[in-house]
Design a binder for this molecule. Structure first.
Ligand SMILES: [Mn+2]
Length: 257
């Protein structure tokens, strides 16, 4: 198991060329915040969409280079999300990053943590879970990777439209995780707390499980604000900062575990 005393976790940056402000905030974050920690974990939807490592552009490569520099001082981990699920070993290597399966258990500040992107926990969205099982199947992924780039780009655009429509249709009750799925997962990992992203609902939850109380920490997406979670021996804290003018002082102190 990966073990670190000080770790910082982010997710759902949705990096893309149309949001240079988020990319800029990411660079400031890497300069000013990341070096304080032994490990950086990116828990999915790092990129707005991903059609294959072979389709990486100069934009993607510049981000990879930045992470690669980072990886000379600290460990860098990448987990894929529902937007960038096709990101593979090749690009992770360019980033100097280790790809993490979803979910993964790690030890941070002498506490076990279960890390996940979080989309697999939205079990009430039956249609999405069916799609997810299909698209994430190794055979399907392998086939997708062999499709001509033009087809893959068209497919990615289609999926983004679908995703936008789902959000706009107002079925907001379906985009959060299902409590029973969370408790079932925590029951399988009795000594762990859970960290995930995806829902864009940054918060700190306490769940009553078969093992007592287990916590669920939700990372926010980067939009008007950015979020990161620091896990250190002294405290576990969820931080928020403004994307336009990132100042990395703890804006919201979390409750030490
Ligand atoms: Mn997501």
């Amino acid at each position: 198991m990966h073990r670190f005393a000080r770790a910082v976790l982010i997710s759902d940056l949705h990096l893309c060329t149309s949001r240079p402000d988020i990319t800029r905030a990411f660079h400031v974050f890497i300069d000013e915040v990341a070096p304080r920690y032994d490990a950086l974990f990116i828990l999915g939807d790092f990129f707005e969409y991903w059609v294959g490592d072979d389709a990486a552009t100069d934009f993607h490569r510049s981000i990879a280079e930045r992470l690669k520099q980072c990886s000379t001082h600290q460990a860098v981990f990448l987990m894929v999300g529902n937007r960038d699920f096709a990101l593979g070993e090749h690009f992770a290597n360019l980033c100097g990053a280790t790809l993490l399966p979803d979910p993964s258990t790690v030890e941070l500040a002498e506490q076990n943590w279960l890390l996940s992107h979080g989309d697999a926990l939205c079990t009430e969205d039956v249609g999405y879970q069916r799609y997810r099982r299909f698209i994430r199947h190794p055979w399907v992924l392998a086939t997708l990777r062999r499709l001509p780039l033009k087809w893959r780009l068209a497919l990615a655009e289609r999926l983004r439209q679908n995703s936008r429509q789902r959000y706009q249709s107002g079925r907001t009750g379906l985009v959060d995780v299902t409590d029973s799925a969370v408790v079932a997962l925590l029951n399988q990992h009795p000594n762990s707390h859970l960290i995930h992203g995806h829902t864009h609902l940054a918060d700190w939850h306490h769940h009553t499980t078969a093992n007592g109380q287990q916590d669920r920490l939700v990372l926010g997406d980067w939009h008007h604000y950015g979020w990161y979670l620091s896990v250190q021996p002294e405290a576990t804290e969820l931080h928020r900062f403004a994307i336009e003018d990132p100042e990395f002082e703890p804006a919201q102190a979390g409750v030490p575990l």
